[in-house]
Ligand binder design. Structure first.
Ligand SMILES: NC(=O)C1=CN([C@@H]2O[C@H](COP(=O)(O)OP(=O)(O)OC[C@H]3O[C@@H](n4cnc5c(N)ncnc54)[C@H](OP(=O)(O)O)[C@@H]3O)[C@@H](O)[C@H]2O)C=CC1
Ligand SMILES: CC(=O)N[C@@H](CCC(=O)OP(=O)(O)O)C(=O)O
Length: 345
């Protein structure tokens, strides 16, 4: 049994982490922080967790995390980078949901996040937490940077293509559609019910912060070395609560069996499911689960490959992937606590 601390337990990814950890047999959640709800019992704020958690939210300023084996930061950008060092020195391992440690090129990171990084040495040491590319490094890591939700779906859809030589790597296109929970649990005009429901829009078309994250990570793959990748990424907000559908387009330059390429790449991956030919995946096929389901298409037998990937932004895109990383870091079975089946309808 390991002791778990959560910073930011009242947000969407924090409460999703609590839901999933409630079913994990090898963890005890000993501290959950919130500045706004300090003192409130967890089960009072989230009655769905009644009978599962017998503790209250604690003010993070009261150092409730000492003695934890692992601390999850389910907090906005900027929090983990100023608190990680002390926790690591105290012996904890960290999984950060935010973007604080996701990249290696600090100048590019600072340009996108418009701050100077508070822990440059940890920025270098952190391991990017996408198990499908970094499993062995994650096992040994003390600090894991959980990828962004768009970044997870889009990279999984692109991995077999970027690692091989069958498409034009300079002109890849990724179209991302996200549910509103992707924006977090906060008051903001654009995500209010009357603004986001019965509506559909693109945003951050000029540039989204997951774009450099995706490019840097894919560029670092062994199979991609030396080749310059070009990606156009356009995110969209859809009137659903959870889920991401990523549609990726690539121009075919050499013939191969693309279905077989994807099946081979993800064979044995517990959370990536390459669907049978002709499938058109729906976000509800993965809702509440840690799966990313992928379909490979070649419309009209033409020269453009279309890859569809669905994930739950709060699970494989955040809390579930964080637990997958924790399982790897602590030598637990990789699927422990995160082998749920989606709820239909
Ligand atoms: N939503 C999603 O689908 C995804 C989110 N992420 C990332 O995960 C992180 C959390 O996202 P999400 O759950 O949506 O965010 P929310 O806005 O829903 O929740 C943020 C949480 O952090 C706490 N918090 C805020 N500021 C601070 C602070 N300065 N110090 C300590 N705690 C703080 C809040 O509680 P309180 O204010 O009471 O302290 C709250 O519990 C973000 O970095 C986000 O980018 C990553 C992938 C997907
Ligand atoms: C719908 C929506 O608003 N989604 C968020 C992405 C959430 C996420 O994963 O972003 P981080 O990099 O901050 O962790 C966005 O586009 O900003």
């Amino acid at each position: 049994m390991i002791k778990v601390g959560i910073v930011g337990g009242t947000g969407y990814t924090g409460v999703e982490l609590l839901r999933l950890l409630a079913a994990h047999p090898q963890v005890e959640v000993t501290a959950i922080t919130s500045r706004s709800e300090a003192g409130t019992p967890v089960a009072k704020m989230f009655p769905s967790l009644r009978g599962r958690y017998d503790i209250a939210f604690t003010d993070p300023a009261k150092s409730p995390l000492s003695g934890c084996d692992v601390v999850f930061f389910a907090t906005p950008n900027g929090v983990a980078m100023s608190q990680a060092r002390a926790l690591l020195e105290g012996g904890a391992r960290i999984v950060d949901f935010s973007a604080d440690f996701r990249m290696k090129d600090r100048a590019t990171w600072e340009k996108w996040y418009k701050v100077t990084h508070a822990s440059p040495e940890l920025f270098e040491q952190a391991v990017y937490g996408l198990p499908e590319i970094n499993r062995e490094r994650i096992r040994k890591a003390r600090l894991v940077a959980n990828p962004g939700c768009y970044a997870t779906a889009i990279q999984l859809a692109l991995l077999p293509l970027v690692e091989s030589e069958f498409v034009d790597h300079a002109h890849l296109i990724a179209d991302g559609k996200s549910g509103v929970s992707g924006a977090g649990r906060k008051m903001e005009l654009g995500i209010m019910y009357a603004e986001a429901t019965d509506n559909f829009k693109a945003y951050a078309v000029h540039g989204h912060r997951h774009h450099p994250e995706i490019l840097e990570s894919l560029q670092s793959l062994e199979g991609a070395s030396g080749r310059k990748l070009g990606l156009t990424f356009v995110p969209h907000l859809t009137p659903m609560v959870r889920g991401i559908l990523a549609t990726v387009y690539a121009r075919i330059t050499r013939e191969t069996d693309f279905q077989a390429l994807f099946e081979k790449r993800f064979k044995g991956e517990p959370f990536v499911d390459v669907l049978p030919p002709g499938s058109e995946p729906e976000t509800r096929w993965v809702r509440g689960t840690n799966h990313c389901r992928i379909a490979v298409h070649r419309p009209m037998d033409g020269d453009t490959l279309v890859v569809l990937a669905v994930e739950d932004n709060l699970v494989k895109g955040a809390a579930g992937q964080a637990i997958q990383n924790m399982n790897l870091m602590f030598g637990f079975p990789e699927t422990q606590g995160i082998d749920q089946v989606a709820l239909l309808p």
